[in-house]
Design a protein around this ligand. Sequence first.
Ligand code: AOF
Ligand code: ZN
Length: 365
Amino acid sequence: MSGTQWSDFERTCMEQALKIAKQGEGQVSPNPLVGCVLARDGKIIAEGWHDHLGDLHAEQAAIADAEARGVVTQGATAFVTLEPCNHHGRTPPCTEALLWAGIKRVVIAAEDVNPTVRGGGIDYLKKAGIQVSQGLMEAEAREQMHSFMHWCESRQPIVLLKAALDCNGNVDSKSGPPARFTSAESLDEVHRLRKDCDAVLVGVNTVVRDNPELTVRRVELRSGKQPLRIVLDRTLRTPKSSTLVSDEHDTLILHCEGSGDGFECETILMPPLFSESEEGVDLVQLLDLLGDREIQNLLVEGGPDVWARFLTDELVDEAHIFHSKADLGEGLSSGISHTVLETAGLHLVEERDCGVDTLQIWNRN
Ligand code: AOF
Ligand code: ZN
């Protein structure tokens, strides 16, 4: 609530709730990260977070923490980063759990914008006689849950673009087989990006040329769930022998012509876009389709045609550009430059070393 004066202790409690929420990172999608702290008489008495999909919500985890240690929750205040849910989903409503635990006040950072739970939690608590305050560290909480918030509001994923360029802005040597030219640190970073995304997308040319795996390998995948791999392939040129089709992980091929018969992975026929490109699938329809499948983060990995389409349509929310000092000689142009990124509505927010490479991060806001 604007104008509310929060005490230092209240801030400390919400900071702690935001901090512990991070323990669910990479494991709760399509749910948001949520943390909860119970406090009484100026002391934190219990804490909990939403650890993985299907597990207890943060409030219930905090109450369970108190119970496990024999701590009385009657009369306590709950600090929670998201409005408590009031619905029977994968777990029973947190509102009822808070009531049952004898909580007398609930301090909320951000309202839940999920259409199925919106507003219901706060109203329920107030009607039950619990004092509710909201807005403490709201910006920080919304930032922590930003892909969830974006998905709730638009029903589409956030789009991240990743590209690795040589010193001339090229992506590939025209002669010779495809070779990795970025540093090991850059590669680690790419796997971290993949881990944080629900889906990874490439164009068919990349599949034909590189036969990529597009899985998370170099970093720990705590959820055990690989991102969904998506291929834009207007005329179904993806080789049936390619790794994406034949390995055990999920791949979705989006095409506009032909039948997907005989593919050992899911294929979806999409309405075509009038385009000469091999990837000619309507991107807004694509984002709608992925949003319906609860995909909240999409990583666009390439190649140049696909990057150009997402950038030209101003659909990229964040771009991670790895600049290598290597010279691939006469190569394939990435089509990515400062001007192109700026024209796509992005601006440079961070630049750091990744081994011998430089990573630039561009954002929409
Ligand atoms: C809370 N506390 O810790 C979380 C909440 O299907 P379910 O039962 O897991 O519910 C998912 C929805 O509940 C999710 O979309 C979001 O609106 C809310 N998440 N709510 O009270 C939590 N993670
Ligand atoms: Zn809940």
